[in-house]
Design a protein around this ligand. Structure first.
Ligand code: ADP
Length: 355
């Protein structure tokens, strides 16, 4: 196959089966025991759920923090299922003013769960409105308008708030302190991801070999959502280009076509490394320069690209700018130029810190 052939084939498969977002309810665990990994978190939650059940009391508010795709929303599905109560889903950015919260709060059923995703993005006024709702199960409602407006103190049914955030540091102390349980979700081990891939292949009714599940897991950035996306793409490829079974060979070919390399980097990640290493000679380079060269935005790079490159130790974020590490050079098959070797002297890179 020539390069053009590969691109044409790729476009055909992509246009028939666009890479799906991970919104497949089929793959999401529905009970805590179905969840893979996060054993300590699950143990603590089970104790809290058990105790609240014995006391016939409402479960305390819970905050989950951690990078995207690690299971925060999944916990928000599983916990109400364990409690046998309904759940309402709200998203932080859609709550522009306290009035946006009122319908959900006033319609709560006793002991139900209210989930707010990206809770760090709610405005101050909404946050303050939540304080009494969370602490005393009360809110102030303004009835009437203008001169006739009156404040009515409305009693809510007891409920459990579950907040999820990718930026725990952006939460104010008063809001954070109103959550009785705070759980940080960590990245998944390779074995855990493999188990998720095997289980989800069964749910998708596709046959997969152990070495193929291993390869997909290695390239999934220690993140279940990424593993699900990779698995679905490989499944589509296996159906379209092979006999439907996912072998190591099929997985490798599918991931190569999707331009996902052996570390799990995608095209955008490699473009970043190429810009930093080939164009900017390894740095130190400001993120604005990298963004301008890549025709991208600094937000996209710092939120979506850099976290994985930093975690993989391919780049460093220094006071002088971004720097490619020796591993970054090696991954791009580039040799560190002799005259740049001294830049790997950490004292020089971080010299500004003490100033
Ligand atoms: P977040 O809310 O943290 O961004 P999600 O809870 O939406 O992440 O997780 C993304 C997907 O990953 C889910 O749909 C689910 O299929 C899968 N997933 C997440 N955590 C687990 C887990 N512990 N076990 C099995 N699958 C998981």
């Amino acid at each position: 196959m020539t390069h053009t052939d590969i691109n044409v084939a790729r476009e055909t498969i992509l246009s028939n089966n666009p890479l799906p977002e991970d919104d497949d309810p089929k793959l999401r665990p529905t009970r805590l025991d179905e969840m893979v990994g996060q054993r300590d978190v699950i143990e603590r939650l089970k104790i809290a759920i058990d105790a609240s059940r014995q006391r016939k009391d409402v479960l305390g508010h819970i905050l989950f923090d951690g990078p995207p795709g690690l299971g925060k929303t999944t916990f928000a599905h599983c916990i109400p299922a364990e409690l046998g109560v309904p759940v309402d889903f709200l998203s932080g950015p859609s709550l522009k003013a306290p009035k946006d919260l009122v319908p959900s709060l006033t319609n709560l059923r006793a002991n139900q769960v209210l989930f707010i995703d990206e809770i760090h993005r709610i405005p101050k006024a909404v946050e303050e409105y939540l304080y009494t709702a969370m602490e005393d199960f009360r809110i102030d409602l303004i009835l009437g308008e203008g001169m006739n407006a009156r404040t009515h103190n409305f009693k809510l049914r007891p409920f459990t708030m579950i907040g999820a955030t990718t930026r725990a540091g952006m939460l104010t102390g008063p809001l954070r302190d109103r959550f009785q349980l705070r759980e940080h979700l960590d990245f998944y081990k390779l074995e855990e991801l493999k188990e998720i891939v095997h289980r989800n292949a069964r749910k998708l009714a596709v046959e997969i070999t152990d070495d193929a599940a291993n390869e997909i897991s290695i390239r999934s950035r220690s993140t279940p959502r990424v593993a699900n996306n990779r698995l679905r793409w490989v499944r589509d490829y296996a159906q379209s280009r092979a006999d439907g079974k996912i072998t190591l060979e099929v997985a490798n070919a599918a991931l190569k076509m999707a331009e996902i390399d052996e570390l799990g980097l995608d095209r955008q990640d490699r473009k970043y490394l190429d810009t930093l290493i080939r164009v900017c000679l390894g740095g130190p380079t400001g993120i604005e320069t990298i963004a301008a060269t890549m025709n991208s935005s600094t937000d996209t790079l710092s939120d979506e690209v850099e976290p994985f490159l930093l975690r993989s130790e391919l780049i460093l974020r220094t006071p002088r700018g971004r720097v490619a590490t020796a591993k970054g050079f090696a991954h791009m098959n580039m040799r560190i130029p002799e005259n740049l070797k001294s830049q790997f002297d950490q004292r020089k890179l971080f010299a500004d810190v003490d100033e």
